[in-house]
Design a protein around this ligand. Structure first.
Ligand SMILES: Nc1ncnc2c1ncn2[C@@H]1O[C@H](COP(=O)(O)OP(=O)(O)OP(=O)(O)O)[C@@H](O)[C@H]1O
Ligand SMILES: Nc1ncnc2c1ncn2[C@@H]1O[C@H](COP(=O)(O)OP(=O)(O)OP(=O)(O)O)[C@@H](O)[C@H]1O
Ligand SMILES: [Mg+2]
Ligand SMILES: [Mg+2]
Lengths: 248, 248
């Protein structure tokens, strides 16, 4: 039975896609079979793993999901590609609670051969993120160490609580991941301390540093673990992977 | 008659809010009366200007918009605050083409005393962004000099074309703003050259550098022009302001 994890935060550009890709890659390197599902119409997780976006989103194509899964350059790591079609984005966002429970059925039955499924969510609290939370056992919330970061945190946490109460009793907050941390910036230290002060154990110990090699890796269709294995960013995602496995 | 400009890009964290705030501040410093409208449920533009989010979004409150306008610490710069209520976000996103034309009426008639209105859009191609494009004379598209940046550009440009053809014949692409540019990063140079190669004159000459003082300003409720007037980031937004005024 796969462990389904949503990577979500309506604040944009906080490292959702980067965390979904590199954590899934870390889990695959640790011998687990990992799948990244791209439900963001931008398809960054798809292209970041060197795969072409699908013409029709697999969740709308009416075929068994397993048939749409694409292998990546890394053994043990696969991706269910997104679709850039504006029409698909509209169809997926128009979904409702029926779709959320259908998604949970589909993921549970058709993709159960994977150990971990990471769902990369778009930067919004709309139906796609809600359906994804409805289908997940946990939600990971990446947060950038910047001023605007704290603002939206209460909203995504509130949405996770609502989803747990209404649709999916199993949903837990898996953890908050501090990303793009630059120890030389006072603001980064202030935000990191504030988040830890507020959310305590819910914050992963591992902090992801700002590292340009992380932002270069997707242009090669690789995770940073394959693109620059000795980089600080790669080592941090390996550490985060070990923390995730420990928590299980 | 106000010039209404949407600041939009479905890619998250590219500097939409930062550009809406600092460009509006620049226009106010140049003697124009400027208003920032916050239609993003995260309310970053509202808090970034030191103002409390509204309990009810002014677009849903049923009062004349002018009554909800709040002055900021800077003369000539005001904000129509957003609302963090998830219910308002749903109500606004459920809007449709009627709402877009109603918004155009309301903005045209109730807020005509301003010279410039900048609408800060959420990171999505949903109804809020569509309604905002439907009400605007121009759209400014901030783009971060990073790999994922180019991916989504064709989508927002396609949406602007659709809006122009269906709802709002006046809509033009006002310009693409290169943000968070770090000249030492090869990736940044590659992306900047690619964007200029592709979009030529549509790209503003002014490039906004990565500058930590820009990301610190909102925690003081100030634009970077007031927080750190001699900073590279502040000077760049002043240059961008002059370019915007020249284009008019
Ligand atoms: N630790 C890091 N160091 C440096 N750059 C990073 C880091 N993490 C992410 N980035 C870069 O920052 C940008 C934003 O990250 P990413 O696209 O993963 O965020 P996101 O939350 O998925 O964005 P969106 O809200 O648009 O989905 C990307 O260009 C990415 O390469
Ligand atoms: N030129 C810059 N230099 C340094 N930091 C910047 C710059 N521009 C923006 N930032 C910071 O980067 C983060 C993202 O910027 P901002 O919030 O304006 O993007 P956005 O596109 O509005 O995000 P969203 O998609 O969530 O609405 C913020 O923390 C902001 O302070
Ligand atoms: Mg993403
Ligand atoms: Mg914003």
């Amino acid at each position: 039975m796969a462990k389904i994890i949503s990577v979500a935060n309506q604040k944009g550009g906080v490292g959702k896609t980067t965390t979904a890709i590199n954590l899934a890659a870390g889990l695959a390197k640790a011998g687990r079979s990992a799948l990244v599902i791209d439900v963001d119409p931008q398809c960054n997780a798809t292209s970041g793993l060197g795969v072409e976006p699908a013409k029709r989103h697999p969740l709308l194509a009416g075929k068994p999901l397993a048939e749409s899964v694409v292998a990546t350059a890394q053994p043990g790591l696969s991706v269910l590609p997104g679709s850039q079609s504006l029409a698909d984005a509209d169809a997926l966002s128009a979904s409702n609670r029926q779709r959320a429970s259908a998604l949970r059925q589909q993921l549970g039955s058709e993709l159960s051969t994977f150990d971990y499924i990471m769902i990369d969510c778009p930067p919004s609290l709309g139906q796609l993120t809600r359906a994804s939370l409805g289908a997940s056992a946990e939600v990971y919330i990446p947060i950038q160490c910047e001023y605007f970061a704290m603002e939206g945190l209460s909203q995504i946490i509130e949405l996770a609580r609502q989803t747990k109460a209404r649709d999916n009793r199993r949903l837990e907050i898996g953890g908050i991941v501090l990303t793009m941390y630059d120890p030389d910036l006072e603001l980064a230290n202030e935000v990191a301390n504030e988040v830890r002060g507020f959310f305590d154990d819910a914050v992963f110990d591992t902090v992801i540093p700002r590292d340009v090699l992380i932002s270069e890796a997707p242009s090669h269709g690789l995770s940073v673990l394959d693109y620059a294995p000795r980089a600080r960013g790669a080592r941090a995602y390996v550490e985060l992977t070990l923390e995730v496995i420990d928590r299980d």
